[in-house]
Design a protein around this ligand. Sequence first.
Ligand code: PAF
Length: 281
Amino acid sequence: MEIINTVKELKQALSSLRKKGKSVGFVPTMGALHQGHMDLVNRANTECDVVVASVFVNPTQFNNPSDLKLYPRTPEADGELLKKFGCDFAFFPSVEEIYPENRIVPQVDLGNLDQVMEGEFRPGHFNGVVQVVLRLFQIVEPDKAFFGLKDFQQVAVVKRMVSELKLPVQVVSCETLRTEKGLAMSSRNKRLSEEQKEEALIIFRTLSKAKEDASRFSSAETLQRAKAFFKTGNLQLEYLHIVHPETLQDLTDNWVPGATMCIACFCGEVRLIDNLTLIPY
Ligand code: PAF
């Protein structure tokens, strides 16, 4: 595996491989890598000839400076993991490489996708995600890009950006990886104590219970029951919604295939998000 820090070097390395007809799979990350990321690298390896992973804690997607400061950073361990899991190029760019002066900031119409849920509580977050993912796509020019469904709304936003800008990349969404007890794998889990990891299981229990309830109750009732159940734990709820999987609009009294429950909450100081498909596609 080659570790690369500059756009120029990465473009050079990839262009010669592309000339040989190799397909490129891309896994964008913010580091503090875990099994969930390695699952994306594995998937990229099975579907593409060459795998590139980027590790870049993107400042423009953090609306809260202390969240950015506290975001876990483990570059050495990240490099080791990427090598072990068969990544070909690990891209560790600086902020200047990603955001050079006088860059053009793209305007992308995301409809309402960036206004709800995460968008409501993290204003500007998806603008930052779109900026960085677009820039990374322009650098890597991947055939396929792999994203984890734990960030369900992010996947919808990136797909929308790709279709709005007619980018020649296929966005592949991959199932959320969970611990044996159900906690969704997340870089932020590194900031949880063992006790908090136990407490955070209320998230998956709430989602799983809602999935059971969905076969017997309306979406409004299922949501109310989930809110009440979540309150039996110790976490602070930020939002809990049942949404349409593509428009992300609330499903207030109807069910559709792919209806998804999305949650954001605080476990101590740590903000966690998760989701589960309640109605099969
Ligand atoms: O999901 C993430 O880790 C980030 O939002 C991403 C896609 C790497 C953009 O910074």
